[in-house]
Design a protein around this ligand. Structure first.
Ligand SMILES: Nc1ncnc2c1ncn2[C@@H]1O[C@H](COP(=O)(O)OP(=O)(O)OP(=O)(O)O)[C@@H](O)[C@H]1O
Length: 273
């Protein structure tokens, strides 16, 4: 790859900017278990960055470090040039970081629309006042604005026909799409996807890949995803970090990673579900 110091333009014409997040010598221990061993890499503005690796490689742990849920035992996380300390979930949201989960974390009894509305919570000002009956016109106006944003996301992800359906009744692939919608409702700058294609059939994977690319393209959202499905990752990503037993064994474009012997040995030749 060419010099990327100030960003670059991808083969498909997308502008990738400078580094927004830097993981510097990250080590994470759980008691005697070393989940991440001295890993460094960066994330650029506007790119799709994948983290791959076999089971137990440390991918989820790394995503939790990126999201601020885990504080590394050693090393530093720099976000937009500032060292990041411990943060509460609402502080993470205010930084413009949102995520989805490996095991879907939606409210089954609530409609698709209401689930996605919960993604707007960090942007809501008048919740408590509105409930107390105060300042209702302002609250109603704000509610309308949130609804409008949510409806746009519903259109974008093509889930208009299920907007009133309780999430618990949806098939798995659609639940994953609703989870993506909820994360998008927060209008994140950095979106973290935890195995977005896990458990999906081929058609659902194709749909999800297309939506991830569209989100990146349309909103300029930087996306970090962890994923088992190698084919999907290689087609989607601008750059890929490969982990194995807590170590980084590869980092580069999909082509660079595909041709990296350590990666081939550790992962590519091996079947994983
Ligand atoms: N909360 C925890 N407490 C103790 N050990 C943990 C914890 N979370 C992860 N580990 C250990 O850290 C290592 C890395 O786990 P992690 O879940 O990050 O890997 P992974 O690559 O995401 O795996 P998978 O693909 O199976 O989800 C594993 O040995 C795991 O058992």
């Amino acid at each position: 790859m060419n010099d990327m110091s100030d960003g670059y333009v991808t083969a498909d014409g997308r502008q990738i900017g400078g580094v927004i997040m830097e993981m510097k010598n990250i080590t994470l221990r759980f008691g005697g278990v070393v989940a991440i061993k001295d890993i460094s890499f960066d994330i650029r503005d506007g790119e799709i960055r994948a983290i791959i690796g076999p089971n137990g490689a440390g991918k989820s742990s790394m995503l939790n470090v990126i999201s601020g849920f885990y504080i590394p035992t050693e090393g530093e996380v720099m976000f937009k040039g500032v060292k990041r300390g411990p943060m509460k979930p609402y502080q993470v949201a205010r930084l413009g970081i949102a995520r989805t989960f490996q095991n879907i974390a939606l409210f089954d009894g609530m409609s698709v629309l209401d689930n996605i509305m919960t993604g707007r919570l960090t942007h809501m000002k008048s919740g408590l006042l509105a409930q107390a009956g105060w300042w209702w016109t302002g609250a109603a106006k704000e509610e309308d604005e949130h609804r409008e944003k949510v409806e746009k996301i519903i259109d974008f992800l093509e889930i208009q026909n299920i907007r009133k359906t309780p999430v618990g009744r949806l098939p798995y692939g659609l639940k994953k799409r609703v989870e993506l919608a909820r994360a998008l409702a927060a209008e994140p700058k950095l979106l973290l996807l935890d195995e977005p294609m896990a458990g999906m059939n081929v058609e659902e994977k194709e749909d999800m890949s297309r939506f991830i690319l569209d989100v990146n393209d349309e909103f300029g959202t930087t996306i970090v995803l962890i994923e088992h499905d190698m084919g999907v990752v290689m087609d989607l990503s601008d750059r890929v970090v490969v982990m194995d037993y807590g170590k980084k064994i590869g980092d580069g474009t999909p082509d660079e990673v595909r041709n990296n012997q350590d990666v081939i040995d550790a992962y590519l030749g091996v079947a994983h579900d």
